[in-house]
Write a protein of this length. Structure first.
Length: 228
């Protein structure tokens, strides 16, 4: 565990009182070791991305174009009608309705999603959550996928902004690097009001793919210009 409370304060530019409140509310991943709180840098990096917090200069700069979100969405599904009044019920409904990667049982996937949610909430605000296993569980990168699920009723996922969740991105990635890059892309897209409106209106798969295809094309052009 590389980070201490003071490191989190400096990284996130918040006061200690805020960090302790997040710990008490289980909104930030941490461990209690010898009566002191400690934090994993990898988990904090993920938490920062998933909660769209402004990164300080001490956080690594993650590239966004090595893995295609479009490809992962094409492999996945867009599933409406997810039932449930709480996190467990919603995740159970998702596992029942989304096709699992080959070699994975629904029970194992549900346990992985619930365990991750207990570690820290996967809600990123604006009614969006990104449930995923704590560690990649897909062994073949060519079988990695991202699915989008629309909940029948908004559900409390303990988001920092307090908004209940209506849309869930389900990540099945193959490596930690892939996971962070895909999470970065989704977090970026979910700051776009046009994209958020598509999710609120429960847009079908073709509409989502068209929007993401356009955005990834923009990202590639910017990356190419930056390399000139």
């Amino acid at each position: 565990m590389e980070l201490k409370i003071k490191d989190i304060v400096g990284l996130l530019q918040v006061n200690e009182k805020t960090v302790y409140r997040w710990i008490k509310e289980k909104k930030i991943p941490c461990y209690r070791i010898n009566h002191q709180y400690r934090f994993s840098r990898a988990e904090i990096n993920e938490w920062i991305l998933s909660n769209k917090i402004e990164l300080s200069s001490s956080l690594i700069n993650l590239g966004i174009n090595n893995h295609s979100l479009l490809t992962l969405l094409e492999r996945g599904e867009v599933v409406p009608g997810i039932k449930g009044n709480n996190v467990r019920e919603v995740l159970t409904s998702i596992v029942e309705n989304v096709s699992m990667p080959s070699g994975l049982s629904k029970d194992d996937v549900l346990l992985a999603l619930l365990t991750r949610e207990e570690l820290m909430p996967t809600a990123i605000g604006n009614g969006i959550a990104i449930p995923h296993p704590h560690n990649p569980i897909v062994t073949d990168p060519n079988k990695a996928s991202v699915s989008i699920c629309y909940s029948d009723e908004p559900v409390d996922f303990r988001a920092l902004d307090g908004q209940p969740v209506h849309t869930l991105f389900i990540l099945f990635t193959a490596t930690p690097r892939m996971h962070l890059e895909v999470l970065s892309k989704i977090s970026h897209l979910c700051q776009n009001e046009i994209f958020l409106e598509k999710l609120r209106c429960r847009a079908p798969k073709d509409d989502i793919l068209e929007f993401v295809r356009s955005k990834e094309s923009e990202w590639k052009k910017k990356e190419a210009l930056a390399d000139v």
